[in-house]
Design a protein around this ligand. Structure first.
Ligand code: HMG
Ligand code: MG
Length: 305
């Protein structure tokens, strides 16, 4: 079965300047859970100076519903301390394949981030022996500052996350939504030959800036190695430190694609299509996801009959 990691409440919102009130974020999360999403990246314990939208992480976390797996981004010891005080047992540490990006995003080189993440991971495991650590490798194809990225470098960073940080899974990020399927296949080829971790625990995190995300998902699934995909309801998203980063792959587009491909995916498309509407309305934006638009149009037609 394909596993969807819904990143909308975190990646979908972090770039938005309009403050989204906490109850609205919680309603989004509840709707996503009701739609059948059971793995959700809920927020980030990052500096509110860097990401003001997620400054309410410590207020949000205790209000999350029980049942699904929730995770949060942690950038440093301060973030880890807050996360652990709230009982967070799934964290994501985030580095990249390019120093230019990590400098802008977390004010560290890749090397510095790997060293500090190894320490954070040890502290986390001590406090949460059954916890789960995701490691992100952003700019896995292209960096907004350094340009195209050599897949050897991507595998090198991923291997260090596996060996030195001992993450439980890696998510490869096409941070600015630049990759095409042949580039995805090339990275997969390098992973198959040189990756030190478990390929079945690799996730793919596509942004849909240029409309290539679903084609890239198809390339990932065709390879036969992977079954974990990140996406964001309503196609919300972008990284504040990645100019040109468009929304994430929309969960609605992903769910439609999986259903049509006959792949098992227990998410209700009608409920999912409704989940992000309140936030989109607040942001003054129509749904970007084509599948969401189509589902909403069909629902409206059915209601008017
Ligand atoms: P810094 O400025 O070097 O660190 O930021 P600092 O220690 O000097 O802290 C600056 C201020 O923030 C201080 O406050 C700290 O106390 C406070 P002041 O003394 O000035 O009043 N602070 C914190 N407050 C709350 N929680 C914390 C925390 N840490 C510091 N954890 C830092 C370094 C890492 C903190 C900063 O760069 C940061 O928070 N970066 C996060 C940026 C971010 O979240 N980016 C988006 C996520 S990555 C992404 O989107 C890509 C991804 O989606 C995958 C893909 O698409 O490829 C994952
Ligand atoms: Mg992202």
């Amino acid at each position: 079965m394909i596993e969807i990691v819904e990143v909308g409440p975190r990646d979908g919102l972090q770039n938005e300047r309009t403050p989204i009130p906490l109850p609205v974020k919680l309603r989004l999360i509840h709707h996503l859970v009701e739609a059948g999403l059971n793995e959700i990246e809920a927020t980030s314990f990052v500096s509110p100076k860097w990401v003001p939208q997620l400054a309410d992480a410590a207020e949000l976390w205790p209000e999350l519903p029980t049942g699904p797996s929730f995770s949060a981004l942690v950038p440093n010891a301060r973030g880890l301390e807050t996360a652990l005080s709230l009982g967070v047992n799934r964290i994501a540490l985030f580095t990249a394949a390019s120093d230019e990006f990590t400098q802008k995003n977390i004010n560290q080189s890749v090397e510095e981030s790997l060293e500090s993440f190894a320490q954070l991971a040890n502290c986390f495991r001590e406090a949460q022996p059954n916890g789960w650590i995701r490691g992100y490798v952003s700019t896995a194809f292209e960096c907004p500052y350094a340009g195209r990225i050599d897949p050897h470098r991507v595998v090198e960073v991923a291997n260090r996350l596996v060996k030195e940080v001992r993450v439980d899974e890696i998510s490869f990020g096409d941070t600015i939504g630049a990759a095409s399927p042949s580039e995805v296949k090339k990275l997969i080829h390098h992973l198959v030959n040189d990756f030190a971790g478990d390929l079945s625990k690799v996730a793919w995190h596509f942004h849909d800036t240029r409309g290539t995300a679903i084609a890239n998902v198809a390339a990932v699934l065709e390879s036969g190695y992977f079954h974990r995909l990140d996406s964001s309801a309503g196609g919300l998203g972008g990284c504040p430190y990645a100019p040109g980063a468009g929304g994430n792959l929309a969960t609605e587009d992903l769910v439609y694609f999986l259903n049509r491909e006959g792949l098992e995916c227990p998410v209700d498309p009608d409920r999912l299509a409704q989940a992000s509407l309140e936030i989109l309305d607040l942001l003054g934006r129509p749904p970007a996801s084509r599948a969401q638009q189509a589902t909403l149009a069909l629902c409206a037609r059915a209601e008017s009959r």
